[in-house]
Design a protein around this ligand. Sequence first.
Ligand code: GLN
Length: 254
Amino acid sequence: MKKGLIKAAAIAAVSVMAVSALTGCGKSDKLVMGTNAAFPPFEFTTSEGLVGEFDGIDVAIANNIAKSMDKELEVADMEFDGLIAAVSTGKVDMVAAGMTANDERRQSVDFSDTYFTASQVMVVAPDNADITTAEDLKNDKTVGVVLGYTGDSIVTDNLQLAEDKIVRANRGLDIVQDVKNGKLDAVVIDSATGKALAENNGLKVIEDAEAFEAEEYAIAVKKGNTELLEKINTVLAEMKANGEIDALAVQYNQ
Ligand code: GLN
């Protein structure tokens, strides 16, 4: 290579590096989704997932968002409780985790348009006759929730259960097992996930529309990242209009 060319190539390489640094550590060809992959049917792991071992409604939606940006989707699996910090600090580009958009979280992140309505439910043993409403949980019941989920704030702040009656875990999958083996009387968890986990484990789902308000899921981005937010909203609008989100809900619930 001639000297001039080498110089030009060096300058080009440096500018590519500079651009990569600006756009975030050279992963500009990837869209990184933060999630907690223990929340079927929205995110779970399986031997042949849609993206590596990861699959679910959120993974499918995020994959479409990545495609619309000509990027490859990368899934960063972490504890639910760490997701807001991960997106705020730029460790991930967005959070797609069946995350309920609420005012508390809005202080730290920006949310996309909503794409799914849920509410909390109680998962109990099939022969449990003592728990028919959320109020019944106050009768000395031991209740499992996932740390940092809306279910956690409901049993802690709304129902005000005694601290020694609340068991907080990192994975809904694990506490549902504890209902099965009798260690817990109930798990309070999101409806679609509660139904999926109850079905897989021969447990019963109890709803209480009065105690558990509707919750809307949305995708979170770093505050002020309107560029990505607009792209996400465009894809969500398309997927709502053409029925794809409804189809995913049916597909993954079977
Ligand atoms: N929707 C609940 C929340 O936002 C649970 C989400 C989840 O477990 N992934 O807290």
